[in-house]
Ligand binder design. Structure first.
Ligand SMILES: Cc1cc2nc3c(=O)[nH]c(=O)nc-3n(C[C@H](O)[C@H](O)[C@H](O)COP(=O)(O)OP(=O)(O)OC[C@H]3O[C@@H](n4cnc5c(N)ncnc54)[C@H](O)[C@@H]3O)c2cc1C
Length: 399
């Protein structure tokens, strides 16, 4: 029997996770990327797998699903490729959120109460417990919470492990292959044009990260996904300094904000190699790839408020990337109602690493017309934030 052919457009972590799920479901998968695998946003962020920063609602449900799936997925891949999974550096180290103002402490406590009602574990840390958990964190704090279910991965390695498993299952990877446009027959998308020729399939998954809007427009069905720049500082390797993922309580506000101007908040974590990652910023500056001193110094100042002992620690490098941002801050997962054959998996903004495996599971079930583990209504393509003013019917184009 002829197998259903799916072309996954984009080989970041979301495309890799989707390709793996679809291969394991028995579909014939081709992954297409204009660059290399995991070389774009996935290689330019941090690797936090968080439930702590999400308010009750659909994104938290997706985060909880993903958090359940991560250990299972990695254990499953390890049976075939133990080396790829070791490189992922999965660390279920937990997160600690620290408030440094009275108002911040009240808001943090209110936020955690709502999360607990949605099944999130959030434990109050008094000053002694915080000092024991993070000896170098500021003593000048007003409240702290421990989230045992927060975890961390090395993002590019995680994408590589997912993709490796997909390739071992029979997927094909075509790198250096830019999708330039779509080909339609009888009202459905049947192929994508690339410099290397036409790639035909029964279904196409737009997993182009912050370029998902541009790619969808090339296929004739635009969606509103925009880049939201973020930068990170990397210290030289240090003796053990930061033991959890630690962030300032005002980070949650920055995540949920849609402001265009620069926002910084302290997000600090160590990596297995000893470097400390210090993030992060949020700016809407298109695809402007320049590192800006005022942004980097803003990030550093916030981090020093949380960890005064980091003063004087050498910064080895800085980098940044473009979060795929949708105006309502929710991912897009599902079929495009305007163009049969086109599906979307993207728009995860600053959470696409953590949410990738849950997204892929939902996409697989939707594509195969199976029940989904959580309600996907909020992620539908045909919501105003996604289609907005950009929506127009797909044009007919024949090969
Ligand atoms: C500073 C920063 C910190 C972050 N921290 C975290 C974190 O701690 N935890 C977390 O979960 N998330 C984090 N994120 C967000 C996370 O990195 C992204 O949500 C995620 O990487 C998006 O993955 P993706 O696969 O959708 O996109 P990408 O990784 O960008 O992949 C999209 C791919 O599509 C390809 N493509 C685009 N257009 C075309 C075309 N026309 N034809 C062919 N291929 C095309 C690109 O080459 C690219 O490889 C952070 C992001 C930044 C910038």
């Amino acid at each position: 029997m002829k197998r259903t052919r799916v072309a996954v457009l984009g080989a970041g972590i979301v495309g890799a996770a989707c390709a793996r799920e679809l291969v394991l479901a028995g579909l014939q998968v081709t992954v297409v990327d204009r660059g290399g695998a995991a070389q774009a946003t996935t290689a330019h962020g941090e690797g936090n797998v968080l439930v702590s920063d999400k308010a009750p609602g659909p994104e938290l449900e997706l985060a909880q699903l993903s958090r359940r799936l991560w250990p299972q997925v990695l254990a499953d891949i390890a049976e075939r490729s133990a080396h790829a999974v070791r490189a992922v550096e999965w660390e279920p180290k937990g997160g600690i959120v620290v408030a440094t103002t009275d108002a911040g402490a009240v808001e943090l406590s209110r936020f955690a109460d709502a999360q607990r009602a949605a099944g999130v574990r959030a434990e109050v840390l008094d000053a002694d417990a915080l000092a024991a958990a993070e000896p170098l964190v500021t003593r000048d704090h007003t409240g702290a919470l421990h989230y045992p279910d927060d975890a961390q991965v090395q993002p590019a390695a995680a994408a590589a492990a997912l993709l490796t498993d997909a390739l071992q299952g029979g997927a094909e990877l075509r790198t250096g292959c830019e999708v330039l446009g779509g080909v339609m027959r009888a009202g459905r998308l049947t192929g994508v044009r690339t410099p290397a020729g036409l790639i035909e399939a029964d279904m196409f998954v737009n997993a182009a990260g912050p370029w998902a809007g541009e790619l969808a427009a090339r296929l004739g069905a635009p969606v509103d996904v925009r880049p939201r720049r973020g930068d990170v500082l990397v210290t030289t390797p240090l003796p053990p300094t930061v033991f959890h993922k630690v962030y300032d309580a005002d980070y949650v506000g920055a995540v949920g904000s849609s402001a265009e101007e620069l926002q910084t908040s302290a997000v600090v974590e160590s990596t297995r190699g000893g470097s400390v990652l210090v993030g992060s910023s949020r700016r809407r500056v298109g695809f402007d790839d320049s590192l800006r001193p005022e942004v980097l110094s803003g990030i550093a100042a916030k981090a020093l408020r949380l960890f005064p002992g980091l003063a004087g620690v050498p910064v080895m490098r800085a980098y940044g990337g473009f979060r795929p941002y949708v105006p309502d801050h929710l991912p897009i997962i599902g079929a495009d109602p305007r163009l049969t054959g086109l599906w979307h998996a993207g728009g995860h903004e600053g959470a696409g690493i953590g949410l990738s495996v849950g997204t892929a599971r939902l996409l697989r079930n939707l594509l195969l017309d199976l029940p989904t583990e959580i309600d996907v209504t909020a992620f539908r393509v045909d919501r105003p934030a996604v289609l907005g003013a950009t929506a127009h019917p797909a044009r007919e184009e024949t090969a």
